[in-house]
Every structure is written in C-alpha cells, then in structure tokens.
Design a protein around this ligand. Sequence first.
Ligand SMILES: Nc1ncnc2c1ncn2[C@@H]1O[C@H](COP(=O)(O)OP(=O)(O)O)[C@@H](O)[C@H]1O
Ligand SMILES: CC(C)(COP(=O)(O)O)[C@@H](O)C(=O)NCCC(=O)O
Length: 248
Amino acid sequence: MKQIAYLLLDLGNSRIKWRHSASGCSGVAHSCSELWQQVADLPAGAQILGCAVGAADLQQQIDQLFAQHWHVLPQWLQVTRQALGIMNHYPQLHEQGPDRWAAVLGAHQHYPQQNLLVISAGTAIVIDTLLANGDYLGGSIAPGLGLMKSALHQATARLPHARGTLQAFPQSTLDAIETGCLRAIIGSIEQALSAAIAHGHPIDQVIVFGGDAAYLQPLLHAKAIAMDNLVLDGLAALLAASDGKLNP
Ligand SMILES: Nc1ncnc2c1ncn2[C@@H]1O[C@H](COP(=O)(O)OP(=O)(O)O)[C@@H](O)[C@H]1O
Ligand SMILES: CC(C)(COP(=O)(O)O)[C@@H](O)C(=O)NCCC(=O)O
C-alpha cells in the first residue's frame, strides 16, 4: 500500500505544533511565518490535517500559505459524536475545542481500555476524563500556568511575572505566586481524580501533555506521565483509521 505523506497541525492559543509523517520531522512555531520557515524544505504535496483553536486569522493565513506553496488546502478537524470507538458525551459538540477531542483520541491509542485523566497543560489547563469503555465524559477548563501568572501581573500593581519555586510555606513574592498557581492546578487535578472515584470510575492513568507538561508531571499524582503531543497523535490515529484519506 502506498504511504500518503501528511502534515499534522495543532494550532493552539499560544503556539503551532506540527509533525510530518514521511520525514518524522516535527516542530513548534509561534507564527505563520515561523511555521513556513520550519516546513518549507519538506517535500511539498503532503496532505494536511489540522486542529485549530487559535486565532481565526492565523488559521486563514495557514490556509493561504499552503494553498500558495503546496497547492493543498488544510483540512481542519471537526468534533464528532463518535470516532475510533470513543463516544463524546458533550451535548453541544460545536462548543468543544477539537484539540480536546483529538487529544482524547490520541490518549486512547496509548492506553486503550483504561480510565484516563487527559490533561492539556497549555494556554489553558484542560482536565478531561475518558473511561475504559470508550465514554468520554468531558472535563474542566481553567487558565494555564503562564496565563494565571500573567493575569496576576497585569491586574495588580506589585506582582512580578517570573519563575518562583513551589514551597510548603512560601516566603517571597515569586514563590508565593508560583506556589499559589501550581496549587490551583494540582488541586483541580486532585478534584478530578476524586470526582472519578466518587462516580465509580477510579482513574488508572493520568497523562499530561502541552507546554507545561514536563514542569507539572513531577508535581502530580504518582500515576501521572508526561507525553509529547496527544493532539497530533489523535490526528494521526484518525488518518490511520481512514487509510490515509482525509475527511475522518
Ligand atoms: N518555550 C515556551 N514558549 C511558550 N510557552 C511555553 C514555553 N515553555 C513552556 N511554555 C508554557 O506552555 C504554554 C503553551 O503550551 P502549548 O501546549 O504550546 O499551548 P497551546 O496548545 O495553548 O498553544 C504557555 O502558556 C507556557 O505556560
Ligand atoms: C479550552 C481551550 C481554550 C484550550 O486551548 P489551548 O490551551 O489548547 O490553546 C480550547 O480547547 C477551546 O477553545 N475550547 C472550546 C471550549 C470547549 O472545549 O468547551
């Protein structure tokens, strides 16, 4: 069977993440022009499947970029009620970020038949629950670590925006901010774990991915592992299941 080359895009609110199937190359870009610098030397003509929750004008720039240079229009994932054996229980599918849906599908590829807590530690912290039987129950959205700290900095006269350390009893402003924001994230994860137990679905595996994953993972529950990019994994799984044809 002929392998179809494809470029996968994860257009988040802070950064663009990409992976190219044929070369195994991947990268992170902060703008459309930086994305093009990174992918320009890849073989043209790959099909493109993306997942977009970032700015609509950036998505349009990306459409124009690939239409002009590769003569390919990216296809953007829509959230569906079911895919790859997973049932999405969000009542209003159009409300949901397709990055969340793709990440849950990606997590399921790594850990099928386990109760999962899927945590996206990006601009926002999203904590989603996927059950071993394929029921995706949804989850919470809160500001991510960088956003919490920049909100404090912008809305106050005296709070700086810099890295502190997590302390039991913080005794500097930087440590107080770092500890407060980290505890908000860690606490919301613990609440999600407790909610799962209370509803009879104890979590088998906690997976964290995104820009702050490596920083957060050692601070989390013992079952937590950090993974690279579950959104791109989910897009790849959808393509694989559709035999390389887009329109998953
Ligand atoms: N080198 C970096 N550049 C930008 N953000 C970073 C970097 N390292 C860690 N971060 C953190 O990662 C977050 C962005 O993560 P990412 O997964 O790319 O988010 P999104 O999917 O929302 O674009 C930032 O809000 C910040 O807290
Ligand atoms: C929750 C999000 C802002 C996360 O975005 P990210 O941090 O990955 O950039 C995004 O998935 C989104 O805009 N969701 C729409 C609302 C929802 O999922 O219900």
